[in-house]
Each structure stands twice: as structure tokens, then as C-alpha cells.
Design a protein. Structure first.
Length: 505
């Protein structure tokens, strides 16, 4: 363990490249990790199917718990800037067992998403080749299983290589990819509004204040389903916190970046959502947002009529969005694994740092291997298994975000009522955000027991989504017990101690 250690907390530096990321770089990487182009093309259709024109309202409702939790994350980071984030903070607040599971939730969620992002990048890669060459059969190459797997693994390896080279390389790549992504999304929105103004929209629909009223959603089930989807589309902003040991002004910059990232994303989502609804409506016509055939990728359907001959830019944007997110998403699991190895919650090899690039060397490669293995196994076993594991991802997001938010409440409990700021930011905001997400976790788990949930697959009458979601969490519990047997020092508090905020925080 590093000799640069805080004797009161046990926290210590891990050898990462300090001061390499500023506020703008952190926000760019945060936006990249959320992947707005990829997320919107996949989520707009299903969310419209649940809540109709109340799509903007649901995006705002989903934004609220994310902002509340982000405020709690910011307070924790101000007090304890550590690359382990959820793992470290939950350990300090609740002890090693809950801390370990908080870290596991983050790692499991990001590894699953890494494999999915790579798969999406491959789909759009072959679609782009088909559009560039005019040979439509090239788009079908993604259906060739051996070729699909080989290309997916190549994408993962490339993203791993960029991430391994450290934050300077990561930042440079992300400036280009995120800039292009936001430019084309803005182009799409402006073009859609221009069609509406010019009378050439498919199903021109006037924007109404009712679109922003969440109480206008037809049923609570539809509302809950919409909020669940909405929470998913914001996920990834916490990558800004996992870079805290590599940012300038580590006590303040990561928290500010997290808040700014969430605010920028909600503006992007609302703008594109309003443009889409205004242009296409929610009907089930050829280009309608309510057409079930359009829900898999709404931009693939609308890019042509909205952007004309420049529609290929949207394919490039979704490809760059998923590729950019694939690379930036490596940041979180690699640094969480690094912290767990550093504090001996995992084998010490996970705590290794590249002497050349000052990045988590072993942990980055381990995340790539895990994502690759997960994709290969689930893709070979069943497409339904891959789809349902992605659906179960929402459970894990709510699980570790909820734990971290409640860790903020508990860690600062002794000073939460010292003044109005502490009460609002250290207690009330994370408490409300954490409760909302933990309630959503329980509801998603309950609903997913239905065999019709997700792909409709089941085992012994229990939905596959529930089995996969709870199975991944239980796997973490088993690995935790194994680690306790192998190296109990962390679990005895020898390397990272439980505690609460000192009076002067």
C-alpha cells in the first residue's frame, strides 16, 4: 500500500496520473460514457410506447433522482476523493461487506454494458459499410455469429488499448468522438424542427405543456416502466468521480463535473425528444415513434427523412457514440478493481499501475477479458440471455447507486444538521435519491419475476431477467465470501476502516 495515507481514514493514493484531467475533460468523458446518441436511438421508442407524448416529462422525472444522487456523490468526493468511489465510500460508511457489494454492483453493471456497447458498435459498423458501399448485404454480416464475435472482441481490445494508455489518450479520443456526436444530434434536432415549420414533417405535432406533466401518464405501471427506462438513459455520469485521483482539484472538480454532465445530458435529451415527437408523432405509421418496428433504433428510421442525403452521419454518430462509450466506460470498472486490489478486497495484482502510462494496468485488462467472456458466452448460449441481462442492468444500477446515496446519508449523519447546506446536500438530497432508486430496484426485481418480462424467457416459471439480475448479485456475494476466506484483512478493517465524517468536514 502507498505510504501517502490518511491516518484517520486509511485512504491512500494509488499511483494514478494526478492532475491530468480538468473540468471540461471530465464532463466530456462523462457525456461519452452516457452515450446520448446510442442511448436515445435505443430508448426513445420503448419509452414512447410506455408513456406517449409524456416522454419529456418522464425524462425530467428520471433526471431528478440522478441529480439528487449526484449531489450526494459530490459531497462524498469532497470529503474522500478516492478512485474506488462506491466501493470505498460504502465501506467507510457501512463497513467492508456492504462496501464490497457496492463495488461489485458497479463492476458487474459496467462489464455487462461494455459487452453490449461493443455489440452495438459492431452492428452500426457493418451498417455504415453497407451505406458507404451501397451493398446492403454487408449490413447482414453482423448476423454471422463467428464474424460478429470476432469483430466485437476486436472493438473491446481496441477500447482496452486506448484506456490502458491512460487519461491523456482517453481524453484526446473523447474530445473528437463526443464533439462529432453532439454536432450531429444538434443537426438532427434542427432539421426536424425545420421540417415541422416548413410543413414537411411526417406527423407534425405541436409541442404542448401537457408533454411535461408526468401525472398525465395513463397508469402507474406505465409511469414506473418509463421512469425505469429514464434512469437507465442517465446512467454513466459517475465515471467523472472514478477519475477523482487523476483530476485537477480532486476534491471539487469531479463533483462539479458530475452535476454538469447530468445537466448537459438532460438538455440534450429534452431537445432531441421534442424534435422527434414534433416531427414523427406517436402514431404507428411508417415513421411514427409509436411504431413497434421503429423502436429498436429510432434514428435508423428517421435519419433518412429528416436529414436526407446526410443520414449516413447518424449511423456514424451512433457508431462513434457506442465506440466512445465503450472506451470511456472502461474507466469505472478498471479504477474500482484497482481500488479493491489496493485495499486488498481483491488479489493485490488488481492494484498494479502501469509505470509508463500511470493507469490501472492489470485491472483494465481484467475488465476487457470479463466483458469479452461475458459476451461470447451469452451470445453463444442465447440472444435472449444477452437481451435479458441488459434488461436486468437496471436492477444493478439502482442497487449500487442506492447503496452509495445511503452511504452519504449515513457517513455524514453526525454533521447533517449543522447547517442548511449540510442538511440539503449531505442528508435530504441523497436520502430522497437513494430511496427512489432502492424502491425502483425492489419494483424491478418484483416485476421481472413475471415470465413475460423482457424477452419472455423463463426458468421454472420465473422470468429470466429476475434470475440473471439476482444471479449476478448473488455471484458477487459468493466471490466476497471467497475473498474473505483467502484474505480477511480487508474484511477485518485492517486496510480500510469504517467511520463517519469528522466535525470539520
Amino acid at each position: 500500500m502507498s505510504t501517502t495515507q490518511d491516518s484517520s481514514t486509511g485512504l491512500s493514493k494509488k499511483g494514478l496520473s494526478s492532475g491530468s484531467v480538468g473540468l471540461l475533460g471530465a464532463v466530456v468523458i462523462g457525456i461519452s460514457c452516457i452515450a446520448p446518441a446510442y442511448t436515445l436511438t435505443a430508448a426513445l421508442g420503448p419509452t414512447v410506447a410506455e408513456v406517449g407524448v409524456q416522454l419529456p416529462a418522464i425524462f425530467l422525472v428520471g433526471f431528478i433522482p440522478m441529480l439528487l444522487v449526484a449531489l450526494g456523490y459530490r459531497e462524498l468526493n469532497n470529503a474522500m476523493p478516492d478512485a474506488g468511489t462506491s466501493f470505498t465510500w460504502a465501506t467507510r460508511a457501512f463497513g467492508p461487506w456492504i462496501g464490497w457489494m457496492g463495488g461489485w454492483g458497479l463492476i458487474a453493471a459496467t462489464v455487462i454494458v461494455l459487452s453490449n456497447l461493443a455489440a452495438v458498435a459492431v452492428d452500426f459498423f457493418y451498417l455504415m459499410l453497407a451505406q458507404l458501399t451501397g451493398n446492403e448485404s454487408l449490413a447482414d454480416l453482423t448476423l454471422n455469429l463467428p464474424l460478429n464475435i470476432a469483430t466485437t472482441l476486436a472493438f473491446v481490445a481496441l477500447a482496452c488499448w486506448v484506456s490502458y494508455r491512460g487519461m491523456e489518450t482517453t481524453k484526446a479520443v473523447q474530445y473528437v468522438l463526443v464533439g462529432f456526436q453532439l454536432l450531429v444530434l444538434g443537426w438532427f434536432a434542427i432539421a426536424a424542427f425545420a421540417h415541422v415549420a416548413g410543413g414537411t414533417a411526417f406527423d407534425a405535432t405541436a409541442i404542448s405543456p401537457e408533454w411535461f406533466n408526468p401525472f398525465a401518464v395513463e397508469s402507474f405501471s406505465a409511469f414506473a416502466a418509463g421512469v425505469s427506462l429514464s434512469i437507465f438513459v442517465y446512467w454513466g455520469w459517475d465515471v467523472t468521480l472514478t477519475m477523482n485521483e487523476e483530476t485537477k482539484d480532486p476534491e471539487r472538480t469531479p463533483g462539479r463535473a458530475a452535476t454538469l454532465t447530468v445537466l448537459v445530458i438532460v438538455v440534450i435529451y429534452l431537445t432531441v425528444a421534442l424534435a422527434t415527437l414534433s416531427y414523427a408523432g406517436i402514431g404507428d405509421g411508417e415513421f411514427g415513434a409509436g411504431n413497434v418496428d421503429n423502436q429498436g433504433s429510432i434514428f435508423a428510421v428517421l435519419a433518412g427523412p429528416v436529414m436526407g442525403p446526410f443520414a449516413i452521419l447518424m449511423s456514424l454518430t451512433v457508431l462513434s457514440s457506442s465506440a466512445a462509450s465503450l472506451q470511456s466506460t472502461f474507466v469505472s470498472p478498471a479504477r474500482t478493481l484497482l481500488a479493491m486490489g489496493h485495499y486488498r478486497a481483491l488479489p493485490a495484482s488488481y492494484g498494479k499501475i502501469s509505470p509508463t502510462y500511470k493507469s490501472p494496468s492489470y485491472a483494465t485488462i481484467a475488465a476487457a477479458v470479463a466483458a469479452s467472456g461475458f459476451y461470447v458466452v451469452t451470445r453463444i448460449v442465447s440472444e435472449n440471455a444477452l437481451y435479458d441481462t441488459i434488461t436486468a442492468l437496471g436492477m444493478m444500477i439502482c442497487f449500487y447507486y442506492g447503496i452509495t446515496a445511503m452511504a452519504c446519508v449515513w457517513y455524514f449523519r453526525t454533521i447533517a444538521f449543522n447547517n442548511a447546506r449540510s442538511f440539503l446536500l449531505k442528508f435530504l438530497a441523497p436520502l430522497l435519491g437513494g430511496v427512489i432508486l432502492l424502491v425502483m430496484f425492489v419494483k424491478t426485481a418484483t416485476d421481472s419475476m413475471d415470465p413475460d418480462y423482457g424477452s419472455g424467457s423463463s426458468i421454472a416459471g420465473i422470468g429470466l431477467v429476475f434470475i440473471l439480475g439476482t444471479g449476478v448479485i448473488l455471484l458477487g456475494a459468493v466471490l466476497m465470501v471467497v475473498m474473505y476466506r483467502v484474505n480477511p484483512a480487508f474484511f477485518k478493517g485492517d486496510t480500510l476502516r469504517k467511520g463517519s465524517a469528522p466535525a470539520d468536514v
